[in-house]
Design a protein around this ligand. Sequence first.
Ligand code: NAI
Ligand code: MG
Length: 500
Amino acid sequence: MTTTAAARGRARTPEVASYRMYIDGKFVDARGGSTFDVYDPSTEAVVARVPAGGAEDVAGAVEAARRAFYQAGWKNVSAQERGRILFRIAERIRSRRAELAELETINSGKPIAESEYDMDDAATCYEYYGGLATKIHGEVMPVPADAVAFAMREPMGVAGQIIPWNYPLLMAAWKIAPALAAGCAVVIKPAEQTPLTLLRLAEDFEAVGLPPGVVNVVTGDGPGAGAPLVSHPDVRKIAFTGSAEVGRLIMRNAADQLKRVSLELGGKSPNIFFSDADFENAVDGALFGTFVNQGEVCSAGSRVLVQRDIYSKFVDAAAAKAKTIRLGPGLDRDTKMGPLVSAEQRDRVAGYLKTGRGEAKVAVGGGRPKQFDKGWYVEPTIFYDVDNAATIAQEEIFGPVMSVIPFTDEAEAIRIANATPYGLAAAVWTRDIFKAFRVVKALEAGIVWVNHMQPTFVEAPWGGYKASGFGRELGHWGVEEYLETKQVFINLDEKPIGWY
Ligand code: NAI
Ligand code: MG
């Protein structure tokens, strides 16, 4: 507890709580006994100690998942029952919404209203896959009349899941829910920055009817706990969301065992504004697309492409509005932007701000806000006259930093929009439906929004083109990632085959 936090009148004094990880239906310490600290980004205070899991903890969790799947019979639990378990998890999240949202904000820094949305979205995700569990169908193929051929869908087995810190409980939902709907068992590793809400939710896993070992939560850092999960021979599939750098490493490490991998690796998404767009909405959409969740969003529309005839007016209006964004601790309901998740992330973003000051002009922000003496805050920042080849236009910053780039016509907008290694998301703002559709078709991105940016629905596919990764989460696509396909052929012709 810092005096600074007390001086700001924080409602509660953070206590250092001890958490344990969840393996085989029990809360346990790391076998090696070590722990790591977890922080409140608004005070920089340690709020929890969490087990630092290592290879032996991962091995124990994978063994528990294997036992649950193969011996204890999770793979034969009916789809209806798996669906009911998922509905009950959703119900627990809804009934613990206030508590979980508060903990999410304390641990991640995000504004409390955004944490509340995340809890609702997480619950909705479990509900969606609870319903989908009973709709996983095979297919029958039109082979000749003296045979039957069909394709069965079967769970892969033990799935390893590694998630980031920007939407902690929600990203866990995106991975756990479809895996359970498919009938897999799970070993999941939350990000070391933000393990708390998932550990809290795990308190309910037994009560909702999850047999021991079906979902295991191993805490620890990437090299210590993530890497052994990727290379464990009994893990059939790795689902990962995080940096492109670690995505590449995971793919390499999974190659020896030809393990299946799905990767969501963020991006540098273009948000394209034509001069015929509704101006007020456009400015709002640019700010929301870049600054929501402090800009710690894989689909952040951080490259703002603006047509030249509205360019200056747009930059001025966006800068004026960005100045009014209220920074502060996430638990304060007036806060619109919280601190970044960690000192490391703040420093990474600060490095890009320095680079950006040398590459482009600053319309607003560009540094650390003066009003806080604690907390990993960064000013909402708008760079303009950015060259698309600049570092701040090419690399994912993952903080509240917008790069505004002018364009002349549709062809130039499309060319710039596609000129990055990434291809997760994009948005286009125009009132011309012909232009909107032409641009939608030309964009190399897995998600394209028209006249909005960021709305995300569990029913619709999520994932990237190019270096943003592969595989799709959410919707029926999400469950596919955890299913094998078995072709079955049945001979109905009792005559000898008669070949030899
Ligand atoms: P990261 O990719 O290192 O961490 C994400 C997850 O991967 C965490 O759970 C971490 O423990 C795990 N991990 C790290 N190294 C690993 C390894 N060798 N094997 C297995 N798992 C490993 O991301 P980090 O360092 O927190 O952030 C760096 C940058 O990554 C951000 O600035 C942002 O650009 C990007 N990022 C993208 C996200 C997205 O949603 N696509 C989410 C988080 C970060
Ligand atoms: Mg990292």
